[in-house]
Design a protein. Structure first.
Length: 219
């Protein structure tokens, strides 16, 4: 695995032209609305501010606070919450606009960075397993577990990392549309790699409910 900084892309999403014999199988980017909800937790934050408003109003009523003061306090909290959610939503939009995920016949590439583009390249021999989480709208995450000899810092690649895996960060395609289909493309690419045996792509979430949760890569 290598990580490079660059300001020019000879091929969109890649820091250098494709070597002879390598082809792009898929490219895509996060869906920004889903990214805002799932990675930036905007719904959770909205619910938190709603609870604060309810708690403040109920406390004000119990303390016999004048209605005008209660209303002003609630409005201040609502405005603060709206700004916080708005900033996170904007950040999610910018992340989606500046991110490009790529699957080739030899590697996985994550290009990201709002101010300074950076690229992570993971060759298939460095991938141990890949897992996909699919949500009701078909979007989802594909997380990559690298072999023990390879590692990368969670903070460096966030939000393109599986949540809560801090000590052994897992680079991830976040909130991509049609995640199940993309996972199958990755599974077939891993299986076809000369140095990589057929690798199962594990399914989880609604997509896998009620059936076998392992989708084996086609050889």
């Amino acid at each position: 695995m290598n990580m490079v900084q660059h300001d020019h892309e000879p091929v969109p999403g890649l820091p250098a032209p494709l070597p002879a014999g390598e082809t792009i199988l898929w490219q895509g980017a996060p869906e920004w609305r889903t990214l805002a909800r799932r990675a930036m937790r905007t719904r959770l934050l909205s619910f938190y501010f709603l609870l604060l408003i309810i708690w403040g109003v109920s406390g004000g009523i119990s303390a016999a606070t004048p209605p005008v003061e209660i209303a002003l306090s609630a409005l201040r909290l609502a405005a603060l919450g709206a700004v916080a959610v708005g900033l996170l939503t904007l950040f999610a939009y910018l992340v989606a606009r500046t991110t490009l995920y790529t699957i080739t016949t030899r590697r996985v590439v994550i290009r990201f960075g709002i101010a300074l583009p950076m690229t992570i390249q993971i060759a298939y021999p460095m991938i141990e397993t890949a897992g996909v989480q699919v949500w009701p709208n078909g979007a989802g995450d594909i997380a990559i577990t690298m072999v023990p000899s390879q590692s990368i810092g969670y903070v460096i690649i966030w939000p393109h990392a599986r949540p809560w895996k801090f000590t052994k960060a897992q680079p991830s395609f976040r909130s991509i549309p049609d995640a199940a289909a993309v996972s199958q493309i990755l599974g077939r690419a891993l299986a076809a790699s000369a140095s990589q045996p057929a690798t199962p792509v594990e399914m989880s979430g609604n997509e896998a409910a009620g059936r076998d949760a392992r989708a084996h890569a086609a050889a």
